[in-house]
Ligand binder design. Structure first.
Ligand code: AMP
Ligand code: ZN
Length: 114
């Protein structure tokens, strides 16, 4: 999508600090980290948010989760643990409308929301 910042990052039109890439997904460091490790994992296909995950495109979400441990290992936090967060829509504070999963860790993340 031409006006999507994460599509531009995936295409290389906007620089990013890449952590992992394959044919389906791209992972890069968040520009405003909220933890010592704060990586965004995104599908290369533009999907605006969790509401738009369907049986036709859900395989990429499974792929993301099949790679989470590997990406956490690249960041050195696989064994100590981490949190994965997805914000969907206004009440969750989603600011970039290209589906993404925050992979956060590198410290005790403290209180859980759920
Ligand atoms: P969300 O609030 O869940 O939509 O998360 C969007 C995330 O994208 C925020 O944590 C931002 O810091 C991050 N972000 C925005 N622009 C960039 C960028 N150019 N490079 C890396 N991360 C970004
Ligand atoms: Zn996009």
């Amino acid at each position: 999508m031409s006006d999507c910042i994460f599509c531009k990052i995936i295409n290389g039109d906007i620089p990013s600090s890449k952590v992992y890439e394959d044919d389906k997904i791209y992972a890069f460091n968040d520009i405003s980290p909220q933890a010592p490790v704060h990586i965004l994992i995104v599908p290369k296909e533009h999907i605006c948010c969790a509401n738009m995950i369907t049986p036709d495109n859900a395989d990429v979400v499974a792929h993301i989760f099949s790679k989470v441990g590997e990406i956490a290992a690249l960041a050195g936090i696989k064994d100590e643990g981490y949190r994965i967060i997805n914000n969907c829509g206004k009440n969750a504070g989603q600011t970039v409308f290209h589906l993404h999963f925050h992979l956060m860790g590198g410290k005790d993340l403290g209180e859980k929301l759920v």
